[in-house]
Ligand binder design. Structure first.
Ligand SMILES: *Cc1c(COP(=O)(O)O)cnc(C)c1O
Length: 231
């Protein structure tokens, strides 16, 4: 798992790689937000990265996040917490209450529940629509052919502002075509932000226009989990 010192070194290396990839295509480094994916890691692993200056974090499970983030957010009020994993409708209220950004809006029912909770709680997390660019049956996300119409329905029927699109390309494939597809769909849907790129491919994503990259193991080291599904 590695020590705090190693995590800090890796964190700075990732920041430098993002800046370099951005510069290689003439983008400023601050055009890309690093989302540090801290799933499976406890406060002792997260705190050193916060203290090194990182403020945007991603988690894939609502319940796990409720265990560790409320106290960290209270101590560091400028932290931005993003939900990057699939959202079940019975967890929507909790997700709207805790997260600043929800990147996994992917179906009508969730859009409706989020809209309802936003009104009820008077909170407005920023929203991304997740697109299943590889059309993988086991993976969450709206199909590419339905994405533009879905974004439009989020706006017109649910009154939601969709800030961006998010994708997780198939593990075995070259991610480039998936990043290009996400960018094209974002253009068609008039959506500004692109959440794409993980530890293995974030430089490529930055070169292809990612406005945020979600990087876990390249910062925190390998995750130690038993039976976590690959998602
Ligand atoms: C876990 C996860 C990541 C980070 O994966 P790494 O390969 O460790 O960088 C990014 N996005 C999502 C949706 C994840 O669940």
């Amino acid at each position: 798992m590695g020590t705090a010192e190693e995590a800090i070194i890796r964190y700075h290396t990732v920041c430098a790689s993002i800046a370099k990839a951005a510069a290689s295509v003439g983008r400023p480094a601050d055009a890309v937000t690093l989302v540090a994916v801290s799933k499976t890691h406890g406060e002792e692993a997260i705190l050193p990265v916060i203290e090194a200056g990182q403020r945007v974090f991603g988690e894939n499970k609502v319940q796990e996040s409720q265990g560790k983030w409320p106290s960290l957010k209270a101590r560091f009020p400028d932290i931005e917490l993003r939900l990057i994993g699939p959202l079940q409708s019975n967890k929507t209220a909790d997700a709207v209450a805790l997260f600043d950004v929800i990147e996994s809006v992917d179906r009508e029912k969730i859009a409706r529940e989020i809209a309802k909770e936003m009104t009820k709680q008077g909170r407005a997390p920023r929203l991304y629509v997740q697109v299943n660019t590889g059309e993988e049956p086991q993976k969450a996300g709206i199909l590419p052919t339905e994405a533009v119409a879905f974004v439009e329905r989020c706006r017109t029927e649910h009154g939601l502002t969709i800030e961006g699109l998010m994708c997780i390309p198939p593990a075995e494939e070259n991610p480039g075509p998936h990043f290009a597809l996400l960018r094209k769909l974002a253009d068609e849907a008039s959506v500004e932000k692109l959440s794409m790129g993980m530890s293995g491919d974030f430089e490529t994503a930055v070169e292809m226009g990612a406005t945020s990259v979600r990087v876990g193991s390249a910062i925190f080291g390998a995750r130690d989990y038993g039976a976590e599904p690959a998602q």
